[in-house]
Ligand binder design. Structure first.
Ligand code: SF4
Length: 426
């Protein structure tokens, strides 16, 4: 989401006459987009700020950390010239121009109207790629007890479907072939809008768009992922065989403390349904270890869920208390060294699963959407298979945007290496 918002702000600034440069030294303006979902990215933002050599440069901070600290940031760090909250990204050029005129440092973190806060997404991307993000909504209503998002991003606000479809039309006319819809909880798209599409009908509509070859969405909340969407994995030809479905804990007791709104069994039931409809579907998820009160038994439930589901990819994190959240005040916070031990145990287990599942791909022929030159020696391109696996293979850069068949020869921890099958470009 932050990547998409940074792209939008960059496009907006370009339209206002600014030029992108390739290094910090060359820049007159440094604008830092920040994330406060965990403690680590927040610390990263502050340490990046600390390393900026700023004489003569304008420094702005935007995003969730900006929203969280507001004017405090200006007091804390003299280098910062302006702070822009999550709902005012469309105002960056205006705030910048005021600062350049009167040199008054400013923090703008007010929540504005839905229409205004979503207006940044109308900005066309400056250089859309083969694969592009399209935000369909902002904010979240769920208030999971560990999560700062609803506080810093506000409540759910869906974009009008007309705008989303227009954006997709513009992207595909510039060569984009894969659309990744974005939202904190995409399944709730449209519920805040009268007489507009639901998420399922939006997916159906995008599926009929001629230029769209592939469609994905992120993130789904297990409690909001209903049967209608699950069935679409068996109906829509553009909908790729991958889903990100965070489970956060394998213990129903901890899920309740997290306020997640589903049990371990309900989560497993959704996975079973998805695999029944689309057996080859790749499943990725997020999980937190060391939530307050998590016992060894709860942690073992998480490990057993991982063993049962065998995720293709898993993003695992150690719990860190976030300001404003209920869980930060929960008793029985877990000591850091214990959280780390659990995280390492879990990651060792998952690494083996990921590697084994990648090895299972060797010998298969996969449909790969060619994206860009890969980090492999010259002459190699990278693309993604429908299950979202990264594939490197020898190919001409002119094939970017095409779907090709690639036979997998070797598998690594995070990617696959293959050879393009002759005569199978479409
Ligand atoms: S669903 Fe829960 S974890 Fe996800 S953004 Fe909303 S509050 Fe945060």
């Amino acid at each position: 989401m932050n990547v998409n918002e940074s792209q939008k702000v960059a496009a907006l600034l370009k339209r206002h006459g600014l030029q992108e440069v390739s290094s910090q030294e060359e820049a007159d303006l440094i604008l830092i987009n920040t994330c406060s979902v965990r403690e680590k990215p927040e610390k990263k933002a502050f340490s990046f700020l600390g390393r900026i050599k700023s004489p003569g440069k304008v420094v702005g901070v935007m995003g969730c950390v900006a929203q969280q600290y507001g004017g405090e940031m200006l007091k804390k760090d003299r280098r910062i010239d302006f702070v822009i909250g999550t709902q005012a990204l469309h105002r960056v050029p205006e705030i910048l121009s005021h600062f350049l005129q009167d040199h008054q440092r400013i923090a703008f973190t007010e929540f504005v109207s839905d229409k205004e806060s979503l207006s940044i997404f109308r900005e066309p991307l400056a250089t859309p790629g083969v694969s592009a993000y399209v935000s369909v909504m902002q904010g979240c209503n769920r208030f999971c007890t560990y999560c700062i998002v609803p506080f810093v991003r506000g409540r759910e606000r869906s974009r009008p479907s007309v705008e989303i479809l227009e954006e997709i039309k513009a992207l595909t006319s510039h060569g984009t072939r894969e659309i990744i819809l974005l939202g904190q909880n995409v399944n709730r798209y449209g519920l805040d809008r009268k007489n507009d599409l639901t998420f399922a009908s939006l997916l159906r509509k995008i599926n009929t768009h001629k230029g769209v070859r592939r469609l994905r969405f992120v993130t789904s909340h297990p409690a909001s992922l209903g049967d209608e969407i699950i069935h679409l994995f068996g109906e829509l030809d553009t909908l790729c065989e991958s889903i990100h479905l965070p489970f956060q804990s394998g213990s129903t007791r901890i899920l309740k403390l997290m306020g997640r709104g589903y049990t371990r069994e309900e989560y497993l039931d959704k996975i079973e349904k998805l695999r029944k409809i689309r057996p080859e579907i790749a499943i990725s998820a997020d999980v937190i270890v060391g939530f307050p009160g998590e016992t060894e038994r709860d942690f073992e439930d998480t490990l057993s869920l991982i063993e049962r589901v065998r995720f293709d990819t898993l993003f695992s994190f150690r719990y860190t208390p976030r300001p404003m959240t209920r869980a930060a005040a929960f008793p029985s916070q877990i000591p850091e060294d214990e959280k780390l031990r659990r995280l390492r145990t879990l990651q060792t287990l998952q690494s083996k699963i990921t590697y084994a599942k990648n090895q299972d791909q060797v010998g298969k022929i996969k449909d790969v959407l060619v994206e860009k030159p890969s980090r492999y020696p010259e002459g190699f391109m990278m693309g993604r298979a429908k299950d979202n696996r990264i594939v490197h293979f020898k190919a001409s850069p002119t094939l970017a945007g095409q779907e090709v068949k690639v036979r997998i020869k070797q598998a690594f921890q995070n990617s696959l290496l293959g050879e393009m099958e002759e005569g199978h470009v479409h």
